[in-house]
Design a binder for this molecule. Structure first.
Ligand code: HEM
Length: 155
């Protein structure tokens, strides 16, 4: 029977897939494909991409800890009884969420203002900072997924 914890775990896995999959696509597929475009076109496109993608990232950064803590406290009975993999996932998850908040409220805000003001070199500089943070979060996200999905089999 599909119980509450199963629903929480399904939401958790979907949120992780959407967030980390989206970053992976942006970093490894979209970014190199935009090389031939003029800076103005490229930066405007990134602005549109972020506007749409970050809505889903906000959903994921709320859904992941909510569903994760529900699992810890309702299914496992607290952090005292969970496996090492959940502690590692928890730490990595909080770092990832912190990095996203940093990205959203600092370089992304500056990037948006620069694009709206047609200040292309400034926008490119802030995009570079966004790229660095997304690169780190993509790697952390892949590690977190590997840890979260495989941890129960660690023995
Ligand atoms: C706030 C921090 C988080 C908490 C408290 C948390 C908690 C949990 C718990 C309790 C489980 C079930 C573990 C088990 O069944 O052995 C789980 C599974 C999982 N978590 Fe997290 N998690 C957090 C953040 C994240 C993040 C940021 C990601 C990825 C970006 C992630 C990805 C996963 C995955 C892929 C699974 C396995 C799903 C499955 O295949 O069953 N978690 N998490």
């Amino acid at each position: 029977m599909l119980d509450f914890s199963a629903i929480a775990l399904a939401v958790h896995a979907i949120a992780a897939t959407v967030w980390v999959g989206g970053m992976f696509f942006a970093y490894t597929v979209l970014r190199p494909s935009l090389g031939p475009f003029e800076p103005q076109q490229r930066l405007t496109l990134w602005n549109d991409v972020f506007t749409r993608f970050f809505i889903w990232v906000w959903v994921a950064v709320i859904a992941l800890p909510v569903s994760g803590y529900l699992l810890v406290f309702i299914y496992f009975g607290g952090f005292g009884t969970v496996g090492l993999h959940v502690h590692i996932m928890h730490l990595l998850g909080l770092i990832m969420i912190g990095l996203f908040l940093l990205l959203f409220f600092t370089p992304y805000r500056h990037f948006q203002s620069a694009v709206n003001a047609n200040e292309w070199p400034t926008a490119a500089r802030h995009l570079n900072n966004i790229r660095r943070i997304v690169g780190i979060n993509t790697i952390l996200g892949l590690i977190t997924i590997a840890v979260g999905a495989s941890g129960r089999l660690w023995g």
